[in-house]
Design a protein around this ligand. Structure first.
Ligand code: IPE
Ligand code: IPE
Ligand code: MG
Length: 248
């Protein structure tokens, strides 16, 4: 996947989005928070389609965090039902469009019903190559790193891995989605200036774009704005620009 590198010039290969602001959107309208999540689902459909149109290789959507279980069970239950329903309802269309669905997160603690819907989505779409849609569900960036460390420790204990051989590349290989390149662009809606335990390892050099727009109000024009802003940025990864090197 990462070897393909077929994204058009200037377009991020991998976009990650913290889809925030559903609750505030609903509250502003005197509606229950879940109405905001339902509206947020409509935005997801638009943005997946637009990512296909733009030629993005991977789209990671922060859908539910491990910390979101702190919320009232009415809300978490409704979000989980919405995820299960959406996975079933969208599957045929996503498959037709060449979307491969993968999941980042601790799936084993989710209800059997949700797991079945997500497993089926992953299995049916596993050969698709046009866009990888990575859904971060019951996801925590620290949890992901801990899970990788546990797997690595088990291999070391079994004598299958030498601790001296563990470098950043090896470590990345034990994260949830070793096949994806790191995100080029991280978008957060609703104006919060924090990462909220999202992709802690992978966003080391990701470009960040924050908008005050609430996720249910996020439109194609906003994504275009983010992508255009990204195209104007100079990524340096700790280096200095080539043209500055002559005059060091
Ligand atoms: C993001 O919207 C969706 C989830 C976290 C599941 P929120 O529900 O966090 O909306 P706000 O931040 O309360 O407005
Ligand atoms: C991040 O949003 C999680 C998702 C978008 C799924 P939160 O609303 O949970 O983040 P905080 O609590 O504002 O940091
Ligand atoms: Mg929020």
């Amino acid at each position: 996947m990462s070897a393909l590198n077929r994204t058009p010039e200037g377009i991020p290969r991998h976009i990650a989005i913290i889809m925030d602001g559903n609750g505030r959107w609903a509250k502003q309208r005197g509606m229950p928070r879940i109405a905001g999540h339902r509206q947020g689902y409509k935005t997801v459909r638009r943005i997946v389609q637009q990512s296909l149109d733009l030629g993005v290789e991977a789209l990671t959507l922060y859908t539910f965090s491990v910390e979101n279980w702190k919320r009232p069970s009415e809300e978490t239950g409704a979000i989980m039902r919405l995820i299960g329903m959406a996975a079933r309802r969208e599957l045929a269309n996503l498959h037709r469009n060449g979307v491969r669905i993968i999941i980042s997160g601790r799936l084993n603690t989710l209800s059997q019903e949700i797991r079945r819907a997500l497993d089926q989505a992953m299995t049916v779409t596993r050969e698709n190559q046009r866009l990888v849609l990575n859904l971060a569900i019951n996801y925590g960036g620290r949890a992901e790193i801990v899970d990788a460390a546990r797997r690595i420790a088990a291999l070391v204990r079994e004598g299958k891995l030498d601790p001296q051989e563990i470098d950043e590349e090896t470590f990345s290989g034990y994260l949830y989605t070793p096949e994806l390149p790191d995100p080029d662009l991280l978008i957060r809606t609703s104006g919060e200036l924090r990462v909220s335990n999202f992709l802690l390892w992978q966003i080391a050099y990701t470009e960040i774009w924050v908008t005050p727009v609430l996720w249910p109000d996020f439109r194609e024009s906003h994504l275009l704005e983010a992508v255009e802003d990204y195209a104007r940025r100079q990524r340096k990864f700790g280096d200095i620009p080539q043209e500055s090197k002559a005059s060091v």
